[in-house]
Design a protein around this ligand. Structure first.
Ligand SMILES: Nc1ncnc2c1ncn2[C@@H]1O[C@H](COP(=O)(O)OP(=O)(O)O)[C@@H](O)[C@H]1O
Ligand SMILES: [Mg+2]
Length: 217
């Protein structure tokens, strides 16, 4: 049986992460693989409660960047323990909609927290559970904005606490993603996500890691 693997998806809001995870899940399932797909923050009972706090602005509630960093990673630690590690043990493919790179980029590059501090906290949350491959879906800010607007018309959802940030924040996110992609070109595959949905899917599928057979012993 093929071994489990952890694959993560990164990119701006509206870059197509949810759309592509759905398509990839269907394709892998059709190929007979067992797939678990989860999102961050969230993916567990505790994680979804934290997601609600992190995403939905409440009057009179201010979230300090350090508190934000710790809550993101509390959600992540729970997800790793409760979902990701057990699924990998059962040889499943785990697809995660945002993982620790989002924290490096949003809380580090975006909020301006010290990157070494951010990496230390991430290490506490995930230990040695690192993704085999990460897809970075790349769209210009303008495309991200139009798609987000389109999606809120479709779903009726208002902008969340992150989406309500100023443009300079999103520019730092964009540069942050470029920086991490340059640092780890083997793990992070940059995908041109301005292409039509099916072409983005084809690009993702073409570099999907080959299942490695467990060694015979
Ligand atoms: N390649 C694409 N071309 C055009 N529209 C897209 C593409 N990928 C996604 N969309 C649309 O953009 C919006 C945001 O996509 P979504 O998958 O929710 O992004 P994310 O999960 O990264 O925020 C949705 O309305 C979706 O249908
Ligand atoms: Mg999404």
């Amino acid at each position: 049986m093929a071994k489990g693997m952890l694959i993560t998806f990164e990119g701006n809001e509206g870059s197509g992460k949810s759309t592509q995870i759905k398509l990839l899940t269907e394709r892998l399932q059709a190929a007979g693989r067992q797939v678990t797909s989860v999102r961050e923050p969230g993916g567990t009972g505790l994680g979804e409660l934290l997601r609600d706090i992190l995403k939905n602005q409440r009057e009179g509630v201010h979230i300090d960047p350090i508190a934000e960093l710790l809550m993101m990673n509390a959600s992540r630690a729970q997800l790793v323990q409760e979902v990701i590690r057990p699924a990998l043990k059962r040889n499943k493919i785990v697809l995660v909609d945002r993982f620790f790179d989002s924290t490096i980029v949003y809380q580090g590059h975006g909020r301006g927290l010290d990157l070494d501090l951010v990496r230390e906290v991430v290490k506490v949350a995930i230990g040695s559970t690192l993704p085999l491959q990460t897809y970075l879906l790349r769209v210009p800010l303008e495309t991200s904005e139009t798609r987000r607007a389109q999606r809120s018309i479709e779903t009726g959802h208002a902008r969340d606490r992150f989406e309500a940030s100023e443009r300079a924040f999103f520019e730092r996110i964009e540069r942050g993603y470029d920086t991490i992609a340059r640092r780890e070109p083997d793990r992070i595959r940059v995908i041109d996500a301005t292409l039509p949905i099916e072409e983005v899917h084809a690009a993702i599928w073409s570099c999907f890691p080959k299942p490695c057979k467990p060694s015979r012993g």
